[in-house]
Design a protein around this ligand. Structure first.
Ligand code: F3S
Length: 285
């Protein structure tokens, strides 16, 4: 009998699960439902929601002119300005911003009001970062730092205190390196580590499982960057690591005898897809 080890941390993190559940419960309440951007990077979930009548709005400017209904803000959150535009749009607004991201918004808002310079370490085009910087006092805008080069060239020509926060999914080691560069410049830096542990826990558990199995299966959307990262980590530990979106991508190799199979999944993979893969392996391998 094959042994299947599924990572406890596989799939949705707390914030994504909460956002997806919010959409499904709003569907039950009836009326027209919109999400500002796709609720998660998973084509199966997004098309299931579309089939249930949920429409993805690409841009806040598209809200005007839409049939009245409910707009759901996804876990990444939005800027203060976008939140205000939504409130004034006449739509019902349901805010599913992850509470950990909300906390960053309030730090950034209050510290920039106090006059601190805000630095956000993260990817400047990521929607979460775009939302975070939008909570700064407009008179005192944030600077986003993505890499060493940008940290090295950062210059503040006055005596302001600096508050540093991070995108929740940024890598801790790199965050520390970038903070060190800023500290070495002699600035008065207040560092708030806002990295969420969900990602690192998922990666550590996947690595541990991959070390002990004959085959490791990583489930997630082909466009999901955190799933690609999981695949890389597992491939280093197990030379038979498979990247699949659903059970349909799994190929059976009759030549290969498997005793232990490990399973993990990226942050946007729903539980039912993980269970389907588990059952498929149990029956067919
Ligand atoms: Fe929230 Fe952490 Fe997920 S910040 S959206 S629980 S990765």
């Amino acid at each position: 009998m094959i042994e299947i080890i599924t990572a406890e941390s596989a799939g949705f993190c707390f914030g994504v699960e909460r956002a997806v559940n919010t959409v499904y419960s709003e569907i039950e309440n009836g009326g027209k439902i919109y999400t500002l951007g796709p609720i998660i990077h998973n084509s199966e979930v997004v098309s299931d929601l579309e089939n249930k009548g949920v429409t993805v709005i690409g841009d806040i400017d598209d809200v005007a002119g839409l049939e009245k209904g409910t707009v759901i803000i996804r876990s990444h959150g939005v800027s203060k300005d976008v939140a205000k535009q939504l409130e004034e749009s006449g739509m019902k607004v349901v805010d599913a911003t992850c509470p950990f991201v909300k906390k960053i918004h309030s730090i950034v808002e209050s510290d920039s009001k106090k006059g601190n310079k805000i630095i956000v370490i993260g990817s400047r085009n990521h929607p979460e970062v775009c939302g975070i910087i939008g909570w700064c006092d407009p008179e005192n805008p944030a600077t986003v730092i993505e890499n060493e080069e940008e940290a090295n060239s950062f210059f503040l020509g006055d005596e302001r205190k600096i508050t540093v926060v991070s995108q929740t999914t940024f890598r801790l080691g790199k965050f520390k390196e970038l903070v060190e560069i800023l500290r070495n410049k002699g600035y008065n830096v207040n560092v708030v580590n806002t990295i969420c542990s969900a990602t690192s826990k998922r990666q550590e558990e996947a690595k541990k499982i991959a070390m002990s199995v004959d085959m490791m299966i990583v489930i997630g959307d082909s466009k999901s960057s955190n799933t690609q990262k999981l695949y890389e980590i597992c491939s280093r530990e197990c030379n038979c690591t498979k990247y699949v979106q659903t059970k349909d991508n799994l190929e059976i190799d009759p030549q290969r005898s498997l005793r232990r199979v490990g399973i993990t999944a990226g942050a946007s993979t729903p539980k039912n897809i993980i269970e389907e893969v588990q059952n498929y392996v149990r029956i067919n391998f």
